[in-house]
Design a binder for this molecule. Structure first.
Ligand code: FAD
Length: 564
């Protein structure tokens, strides 16, 4: 079956079968039952685990387990969805499963959907179906690491062969860490040096499969079709806008084709030159949700870009090029995999210890697009509606919440992104929040994104703000980024009274950003003095000192009261 659209690379696509996969399993007996366990990697193309199952079995059982813990509606969450994931992402996942099912059906197979705790379900299926081989993509996320340890132990005891290749990233994070003497590289440049060219890039990628063996007897396992969002209990949700992303491999490949049609654009891609306010035609590929769920193989994406670079004379290079973006992804996967407690401040050796505020009021204002800064609020509305925002928009709001203005803990912002982004990805999200909050990787805390002038640079007339915050649609251009400065008569004419129809700013940016810099300087000094080992007592002392040294009028709470 030819699943891929015609692409610039089609002449280079031929079947690869990694000999090392066989070498690792010398006793593999062909002709038995295999279970192909889909988690991410929701695709047929470049799917080593599926390819292995397909080539060595009489029967292949393609399985996806829906864990109610992740999917059932949580009426107390701040946005529609389960307690962990927003509805945009849940819908995207279900659509991806429907598409996977339909692509499997083209091979005479189908997706078997089961419900329950994944480890219990998978173990029960292996027993019921007399599975001799369990195939699934290797996953570096802590959740899967713990789950897979359990499954691997069971398989070992039961004599079931496991085939779990690394195919979500360009490189194997373990190999990079090993090359670096057991520690992850902490800068992008050192990562690039260690990584070099991926070894698969000199051979080829398997983007087509000729056959998938049939499913055997299902016996007593209760399998279902892919449920709809309604069947999961989300029937009451009213949505104003149709979802922007349709999940699935077919859509991923269509979008990839669309993005790579313009070869000049691909070759000349320079990330920092992108416009975060472009919403009719965003300035990047918007492929992140597809990469997150593995509807699109990052290796295939990489391969397509490389082919274009061969054709177009001059092309940009990492870190700003499109290949450079995929390498950022691998960089964060590698650091995340090799750093204990990567997703928190405490106990994370690469994270600066900073006495962040625990201000739930400010956090809620940011999360719910009520900061009074139109640029920030418009981005947060786009995030909630689309489940995706441009990279520099992510920079703006992450900086504003943490080191730029509100001084709220980056972990809180990370949680909001984790819920609302469709592309929410454990390693990339945590890595970027560490970066933006100047907790790791990037330390120039004096360089702050202004919530007023940064957006204005790209979109002086404020079209982006007017689109996502229609309450401000008639505000004159002069005041669109600072509506609180508009005289009352202008506010009345624009039918938007600040403090009534749209909030006053929650802080004064100039004072708040000065205050943030002061706190960061003190925290950096402490981290330096303690060589990164900052105790709770040190932190308490620092908090006390910061309060004592605080000049009149610099407290953000007092500023807040002054403004309202
Ligand atoms: P393109 O520019 O077209 O890049 C292609 C692909 O490269 C992306 O799809 C993505 O997989 C990868 N990529 C691009 N930029 C980065 C980056 N800085 N770090 C790692 N990989 C990158 N990206 C996520 O995929 N999931 C997240 O949860 C996530 N959280 C973020 C949180 C913050 C605070 C910030 C500042 C960035 C975050 N990013 C995240 C990175 C980046 O913003 C998105 O990957 C990108 O905007 C997705 O749009 P795109 O597919 O059009 O990207």
């Amino acid at each position: 079956m030819q699943l891929l659209p015609r692409s610039p690379t089609s002449s280079h696509i031929f079947t690869r079968f990694s000999p090392s996969s066989f070498a690792r399993y010398p006793n593999m007996s062909s002709g038995s039952n295999s279970l192909m366990w889909f988690r991410k990697g929701l695709r047929i193309h470049d799917n080593e685990a599926l390819e292995y199952a397909a080539n060595n079995s009489n029967h292949v059982y393609p399985v996806f387990v829906i864990d109610p813990h992740f999917m059932k509606p949580d009426p107390n969450a701040f946005s529609p969805g389960s307690n962990l994931a927003g509805l945009n992402r849940i819908r995207f996942l279900l659509e991806s499963l429907v598409d996977l099912d339909s692509n499997l059906k083209k091979f005479g197979s189908r997706l078997l959907v089961l419900h329950g705790k994944p480890s219990d379900v998978v173990i029960r299926c292996t027993k019921e179906w007399d599975i001799k081989r369990l195939c699934f993509e290797y996953d570096t996320d802590p959740y899967y690491q713990a789950l897979d340890r359990k499954i691997k132990n069971y398989a070992l005891e039961s004599g079931i062969e496991i085939f779990s290749p690394v195919s979500h990233t360009l490189f194997n994070p373990s190999e990079i860490i090993e090359k670096n003497g057991g520690k992850p590289p902490l800068s992008y440049q050192s990562f690039l040096k260690l990584a070099g060219e991926p070894d698969w890039s000199i051979s080829s990628l398997c983007t087509t499969l000729s056959v998938i063996p049939p499913i055997g007897d299902l016996k007593n396992c209760e399998v279902s079709e892919v449920p709809t969002v309604k069947q999961l209990g989300y029937e009451d949700i009213q949505e104003e806008d149709p979802p922007l992303f349709k999940g699935g491999e077919s859509e991923a490949l269509r979008r990839l084709q669309e993005s790579t049609n313009n070869k000049e654009w691909v070759a000349k891609f320079e990330k920092p030159k992108g416009d975060p306010s472009a919403f009719i035609k965003p300035s990047t590929t918007m492929l992140s949700p597809y990469l997150k769920f593995g509807c699109l193989s990052s290796r295939y994406f990489y391969h397509c870009i490389k082919e274009i670079q061969k054709e177009v004379k001059n092309h940009t290079s990492p870190p700003v090029s499109l290949i450079g973006q995929l390498l950022w992804r691998d960089f964060f996967y590698t650091v995340g995999f090799g750093t204990p407690n990567f997703d928190r401040m405490r106990g994370n050796r690469i994270c600066k210890q900073i006495p962040w505020n625990d201000d739930d009021e400010l956090l809620a204002a940011w999360r719910d697009a009520r900061t009074g800064f139109p640029w920030i609020d418009a981005i947060m509305v786009q995030l909630r509606k689309w489940g995706w925002i441009h990279h520099l928009a992510r920079h703006s709001v992450a900086c504003f919440l943490t080191r730029g203005d509100l001084f709220v803990h980056w972990e809180k912002g990370r949680d909001v992104f984790e819920r609302l982004l469709i592309d929410s990805d454990w390693a990339i999200n945590n890595g970027n929040w560490l970066w933006l909050s100047c907790s790791s990787f990037f330390y120039q805390y004096n360089r702050i994104y202004s919530p007023i002038s940064f957006g204005k640079k790209y979109d002086p007339a404020g079209a982006y703000i007017r689109h996502f915050l229609p309450v401000l649609k008639d505000m004159p251009k002069e005041y669109i980024y600072e509506p609180w400065k508009a005289p009352l008569s202008i506010q009345q004419k624009a039918k938007c009274i600040i403090g009534k129809d749209y909030p006053k700013p929650v802080i004064c940016h100039d004072d708040a950003s000065k205050e943030c810099k002061r706190k960061l300087a003190a925290a950096y000094e402490l981290n330096k003095k303690m060589n990164g080992v900052v105790s709770d007592e040190d932190m308490k002392r620092l908090r006390r000192k910061l309060v004592e040294d605080q000049g009149e009028g610099t407290d953000s709470r007092r500023l807040k009261q002054k403004l309202i």
